[in-house]
Design a protein around this ligand. Structure first.
Ligand SMILES: O=C[C@H](O)[C@@H](O)CC(=O)C(=O)O
Ligand SMILES: [Zn+2]
Length: 276
């Protein structure tokens, strides 16, 4: 028996978010405690019905089959999924195939893949959104990812963007996903910040020391707020919100998006001088 915990997050209007205190911001936009040994935990959001979560089989087996929130026979009946292994070697079985995943590998599972079974010592970060068509499932290794260097050491944001579920690498319905690693001494992820009203986004911060934190900025560009984020916590970024942060120490973040287009470059940048 797999322990499955699903939490629902409603979509928040920016006028509502403006009035929130720290705890309310965290309750609505931060996902904590997704990685629990021997459990699958999901956060089902009403932002494009995007779902994030964690599966930590801890040497056993965990199966993600039916999820009541979707009222379908299996969770992936009308959805696609992207999985990143942020732990040690593990295995994912779906659609009659077995995929061995090392740390940093990404697995795309197409609509109709059926139940998904996680095993081994992996810590699996799960992202999923509705799909209209079944694309071929595929394991994308770190070597196969498309890499783009961004930023400068002088502005403390030298980083490598690794694209996995991305039009330059493979086809998907809505899901676009990859992760970005900072160079030593660079602390800022995406800066200048941006919004994209066409797509929601989720950031999972990982590879951080226990005592380290990322100060993540969210909110409308002229009405910013912040979240203090620890390792393996995710920020759910509504379409109206910037998503940018500075870390105290090393970190990587997995970005995943769904919405009206899969064009990664479709971003509206906000220069620091225009932020408030
Ligand atoms: O819409 C795209 C996303 O916010 C991220 O991919 C940005 C990012 O990885 C970076 O600038 O470092
Ligand atoms: Zn973005």
């Amino acid at each position: 028996m797999t322990t499955l915990d699903v939490e629902t997050r409603h979509a928040i209007h920016p006028d509502h978010a403006k009035a929130m205190d720290t705890q309310a911001l965290r309750d609505n936009f931060l996902a904590e405690g997704m990685f629990a040994e021997g459990e699958i935990r999901l956060v089902y959001t009403h932002y494009d019905r995007f779902t994030v979560g964690g599966a930590v089989p801890n040497g056993g087996k965990l199966t993600l089959g039916k999820v009541d929130e979707t009222r379908t026979e299996t969770f992936l009946e009308r959805r696609e999924m992207g999985i990143v292994n942020i732990g040690d070697a593990g295995t994912v079985e779906a659609g009659g195939e077995t995929y061995a995943m090392n740390k940093g590998d990404v697995l795309y599972l197409g609509m109709g893949s059926g139940a998904v079974t996680f095993s081994g010592q992996g810590r699996f970060y799960i992202t999923s959104c509705p799909a209209h068509k079944s694309y071929t499932s595929r394991l994308i290794t770190v070597e196969e990812a498309k890499k783009v260097e961004m930023g400068e050491a002088a502005t403390s944001n030298k980083r490598t963007i690794k694209m996995f579920i991305h039009p330059l690498v493979m086809e998907s319905c809505q899901l676009v996903m990859g992760y970005t690693s900072l160079e030593e001494g660079s602390v800022w992820n995406t800066i200048p910040a941006h919004v994209h009203d066409r797509r929601m986004e989720a950031y999972l911060y990982w590879g951080m020391a226990d005592e380290s934190r990322v100060i993540h900025f969210m909110g409308e560009p002229q009405e910013t707020r912040h979240l203090v984020v620890a390792n393996e916590q995710a920020v759910i970024s509504p379409t109206w919100s910037i998503h940018s942060g500075a870390g105290i120490g090393e970190y990587t973040f997995i970005w995943a998006m769904a919405g009206d287009n899969v064009d990664y470059t479709d971003m509206d940048f906000i220069q620091p001088a225009d932020m408030r």
